[in-house]
Design a protein around this ligand. Structure first.
Ligand SMILES: NC(=O)c1ccc[n+]([C@@H]2O[C@H](COP(=O)([O-])OP(=O)(O)OC[C@H]3O[C@@H](n4cnc5c(N)ncnc54)[C@H](OP(=O)(O)O)[C@@H]3O)[C@@H](O)[C@H]2O)c1
Length: 257
């Protein structure tokens, strides 16, 4: 099953499905990331704050790095120029890679000028340590400020986004700016999967509620990074690309919010 890619503003492309790794630690993390790649996942989403870079380094061993798309994030307390450069270099050592495909500002921090942080990000692009620049948890106001001084393009905004909680205005703004939205917690951390409308739709499509949720995000134009620690669910969560939800059913789902 091939995972579709989307094009980023800087010319690179990014898979529309990845594996989220928040709360995955230790041997289970290494095993699940390795199995995910064997099954066809190419995007692995981590962060300095998740404390699992080294487990991911173990999992990546033996795979062709050039086929993979690794995202990590710098902590929001470490957005000063020198902190960003230091943390990125440490993250690269921990992950055992010469570059990450996407480096995100994990959370905005209004105590530190965004221009200072982006200066470090731009330098990391110039030095070949990161390919694409992105942000996370940015509102329209944060993005507007960041876009004013961008040098290398801001390509991605990773935000909480699922059927029962998403920001339509932010999505429209990002689309207009050609910034890809990545949906985090696309399954609402597993808590939204028992909604009656979702269960009915899943039965009708012969899909699982999780697949309906993930496919709904894709059809809204967002990339998805569901996390699972189960091998079976890894397979389930990637079976998204050869079917679709009818337009009327997209509306019915939204009306069930
Ligand atoms: N940028 C940010 O600030 C930020 C914040 C939060 C998350 N994230 C990223 O987004 C990723 C995903 O978000 P998330 O981990 O918060 O939540 P999520 O992916 O919405 O949900 C994960 C939960 O759903 C369960 N699950 C997974 N697949 C399932 C399926 N097919 N059927 C039923 N349950 C299923 C998992 O349980 P099992 O593990 O038992 O399968 C887990 O409890 C994170 O791992 C992280 O990489 C980023």
């Amino acid at each position: 099953m091939d995972v579709f890619d989307c094009e980023l503003r800087d010319g690179y492309s990014m898979p529309m499905l990845g594996l989220g790794t928040w709360q995955l630690r230790g041997a289970r993390c290494t095993y699940i990331v390795k199995r995910a790649i064997e099954l066809g996942y190419r995007l692995i989403d981590t962060a300095d704050a998740y404390g699992n870079h080294e487990e991911i380094r173990e999992a990546l061993k033996g795979f062709d790095r050039s086929n993979l798309f690794i995202t990590t994030k710098v902590r929001h307390g470490n957005l000063r120029y020198h902190d960003v450069i230091r943390d990125c270099n440490r993250s690269l050592r921990e992950i055992g890679t010469e570059y990450v495909d996407l480096y995100l500002i994990h959370w905005p921090n209004e105590m530190i000028p965004i221009q200072e942080t982006l200066t470090a990000f731009n330098e990391l692009v110039d030095d070949g340590k990161i390919r694409s620049i992105g942000v996370s948890n940015f509102t329209i106001r944060h993005l507007t400020s960041a876009l004013q001084t961008e040098e290398h393009p801001i390509t991605n905004n990773q935000v909480r986004f699922h059927l029962y909680d998403y920001d339509q205005a932010l999505l429209a703004f990002c689309k207009k700016q050609q910034i890809v939205v990545t949906a985090y917690s696309p399954l609402g951390r597993g808590r939204i999967l028992h909604n009656p409308a979702l269960l009915e739709m899943a039965r009708r499509y012969h899909r699982t509620p999780a697949q309906i949720c993930l496919r709904w995000c894709l059809q809204k134009g967002a990339a998805v990074i569901p996390k699972t620690s189960s091998e079976e669910r890894l397979k389930e969560n990637m079976d998204l690309f050869d079917w679709e939800i009818a337009a009327q059913d997209m509306l019915t789902l939204e009306a069930s919010r």
